[in-house]
Ligand binder design. Structure first.
Ligand code: SF4
Ligand code: MG
Length: 284
């Protein structure tokens, strides 16, 4: 199945988000999904535009609120494959509390963050992922706030699936997205997706020099949460690959008796005129 559509992305040439889009399209196709069964919800930001660039259902939500929308959709129609995509500002600033609670809740949703460590859409301000000392229009003398560590945060919140990719490694990123889709529960995939226009520090070359690929580390065990935390802390989060997966943690949906029997959207909710009017009175 083809998840590409004819809309031309209006990202800057060279933006890391192009590869994330390609990896998502490939991963969905490789998983044998049908476009009509995929719901892509996005937040606000350059990356948030992605929901319009995919041949699937798209919902361009509001800033920081893509996760609550996605969870509502999944509750209403659990037969949909629900995927959320957005940026670091969207998910780790205004949307951070939703991110933490969505991880705790553990609904079967895949969350892909395009992390460029800057606010691109609003023309280059410091984001919660920017490094200390990062100079922008909003921090002309350099950022004095520490950068958030989203993956350590996810592990402490109880995440069952944590991975990290890099835009230029399309093969690994596609595989990680597929693994996230296969995981029964909430999966967080952070992707270093360089902003070529506003982040002149964390560039493709900078990442190539600093990133360590866990796929090449034979001693690494992604089922070991302590090892995952240690690896993230000692590398300052500069790793790619599957960082942690707990296949024993039950999803939210699995723990509700009868939940899987039939999606709400397919249930017969016929009500008579009288019940309808009673409802109107009750909620008036
Ligand atoms: Fe990509 Fe940055 Fe351009 Fe936005 S401003 S489209 S993040 S390169
Ligand atoms: Mg950003």
């Amino acid at each position: 199945k083809d998840f590409r559509n004819k809309v031309k992305p209006n990202w800057c040439p060279g933006c890391g988000d192009f590869s994330v889009l390609a990896a998502m399209q490939r991963a969905f196709a490789n998983q044998g999904l049908n476009p009509e069964d995929v719901m892509l919800v996005s937040g606000i930001g350059c990356s948030g535009r992605i929901s319009g660039y995919m041949n699937a259902y798209g919902f361009h939500g509001i800033h920081g609120r893509a996760l609550p929308i996605a969870q509502g959709l999944k509750l209403a129609n659990r037969d949909l494959t629900v995927v959320v995509a957005g940026g670091d500002g969207d998910g780790f600033a205004i949307g951070m509390s939703h991110t933490i609670h969505a991880i705790r809740r553990n609904m079967d949703i895949t969350y892909i963050v395009m992390d460029n460590q800057v606010y691109g859409l609003t023309k280059g301000q410091t984001s919660p992922r920017s490094d200390v000392g990062f100079k922008t229009k909003s921090t002309p003398d350099g950022s004095i706030e520490s950068s958030i560590a989203p993956l350590e945060m996810a592990l402490t919140a109880g995440a069952g699936f944590v991975a990290q990719g890099f835009s230029t490694n399309l093969k690994q990123l596609t595989r990680l997205i597929q693994e996230g889709l296969q995981h029964k529960g909430f999966s967080l995939i952070n992707v270093y997706s360089p902003c070529v226009t506003y982040n002149k520090i964390n560039t493709y070359d900078w990442f190539k020099e600093h990133l360590v690929n866990l796929d090449e580390d034979e001693g690494y065990d992604p089922s070991n949460r302590m090892m995952a935390m240690q690896k993230l802390m000692e590398s300052n989060g500069l790793v790619t690959g599957l960082i942690y997966r707990n296949e024993n943690r039950k999803s939210y949906e699995e723990q509700i008796p009868g939940f899987r029997e039939m999606p709400l959207t397919k249930q017969d909710v016929k009500i008579g005129k009288e019940e309808f009017e009673d409802l109107l009175t009750e909620f008036a």
